[in-house]
Design a protein around this ligand. Structure first.
Ligand SMILES: Nc1ncnc2c1ncn2[C@@H]1O[C@H](COP(=O)(O)OP(=O)(O)OP(=O)(O)O)[C@@H](O)[C@H]1O
Length: 361
């Protein structure tokens, strides 16, 4: 068994019938037992990938290997996967127990009735829906329906669990609760899971690793911390983080990095973080709002136009080059709208990108 590459996708491509290339030569792998999030904005190709893994869609070219075996020509029902759809796709006329048992009453995973019921009950207990056994899906809340869908996906004891935006129909608080439950559950069962989401916070909170897509191309394949601290390019830096990263147009000339109203020195940068030589020219300087904070010796003079409270922290908003930028401070900092402040950038935490988005620093 290949534990490191339990799921492996090689040079996968999908061109739809209308000529649209939704997935462009994508390669990645997933370790056995990991929960991996496929993340990206709407239309980036997440569902297309998941459907190719499930066998619901044929790739134009490339390979999909499950445990070392190419499954491209294997029927969906024989791929040993469980699939949880965004809309749950429960059978409305069946009870919860019948829904969960269903995969054990047909096809390859068919079991004698008593055994099927026993296995179904085990997964219903794990997903905490034992008490709902005789209810019909129509009488259940979104969160309860989601649990039924998950139990049904697991009951055939598949090797791989695929989940397509499983939390998108739930309200904010329930999303937080159920995402934690899903992580705990898949870890307990030990199943390798691919979880599609467009929500970066969700991905950061539950993924052992994240694969971020844009326009059918992988932007970064990494653990959450690296996404946040070491984004590979400008798209990643902008996509990850809440509040969003601040961006400043700058020009580098000799030792100076000049924005419209502040200047920093190239010689003050941490040399170790320079990925390439910073030649003279135009760049984007990006900094996360927690790394641009009030300080008497700050290089940037700003007038705070608005203050937003987000729980333990406050976002100080100011204008720069006609765009809004943000400084994240803790609740006790007594700055209010209208105040003039100096802000300091943490130079070992800024990023510098070329206009095309390539990371230089
Ligand atoms: N059957 C199809 N024919 C042509 N183009 C399609 C088809 N299905 C999807 N697409 C296009 O392929 C791209 C990727 O779609 P996909 O559904 O995989 O994106 P996604 O990342 O899952 O988006 P969302 O989060 O909105 O579901 C999109 O531009 C979409 O419009």
């Amino acid at each position: 068994m290949n534990e490191e590459k339990f799921v492996e996708v090689k040079d996968l491509r999908k061109v739809y019938d209308n000529g649209h290339e939704a997935i462009k030569n994508v390669s990645f792998s997933v370790k056995k037992g990991d929960l991996v999030c496929l993340l990206g904005p709407s239309g980036c190709g997440k569902t297309t990938i998941l459907n190719m893994l499930a066998g619901l869609l044929n790739p134009t070219s490339g390979e999909i290997l499950f445990d070392g075996k190419n499954v491209v020509n294997v029927e969906p029902k024989d791929r040993e996967i469980g699939y949880v759809f965004q809309n749950y796709a429960l059978y409305p006329h069946m009870t919860v127990l019948q829904n969960v048992m269903f995969p054990l009453t047909v096809g390859k995973t068919k079991r004698p009735k008593e055994e099927a019921e026993k296995i179904a009950k085990k997964y219903m207990a794990l997903t905490q829906i034992t008490d709902l056994a005789n209810q019909k899906p129509g009488n259940l809340s979104g969160g309860q329906q989601q649990r039924v869908a998950i139990a049904r996906a697991l009951v055939g004891e598949p090797k791989i669990l695929l989940m397509d935006e499983p939390l998108s129909n739930l309200d904010a608080r329930l999303r937080l609760k159920i995402r934690e439950e899903i992580r705990a559950l898949v870890k307990e069962v030990g199943i390798t899971t691919l979880f599609v989401t467009h929500d970066q916070e969700e991905a950061l909170s539950i993924g052992d690793k994240i694969i971020l897509f844009n326009n059918g191309v992988i932007q970064q394949d990494d653990n959450g911390q690296n996404f946040y601290l070491e984004p590979k390019n400008h798209f990643v830096a902008n996509f990850i983080g809440n509040p969003v990263i601040d961006n400043f147009a700058v020009t580098v000339e000799k030792d100076e990095i000049k924005a419209s109203d502040f200047t920093i020195k190239v010689s003050d940068l941490d040399k170790q973080r320079l990925r390439k030589q910073l030649v003279d020219g135009s760049y984007i300087l990006s900094v996360r709002p927690e790394n641009i904070t009030p300080a008497d010796n700050g290089e940037l003079a700003a007038k705070i136009v608005d203050v937003e409270l987000i729980g333990r922290e406050r976002i100080l908003k100011f204008n720069h080059d006609g765009q809004q930028a943000r400084s994240l401070v803790n609740l006790e900092v007594p700055i209010k709208a209208g105040d003039k402040v100096r802000l300091k950038l943490r130079l070992d935490r800024i990023f510098i990108f070329t206009p095309e988005g390539e990371r230089i620093y």
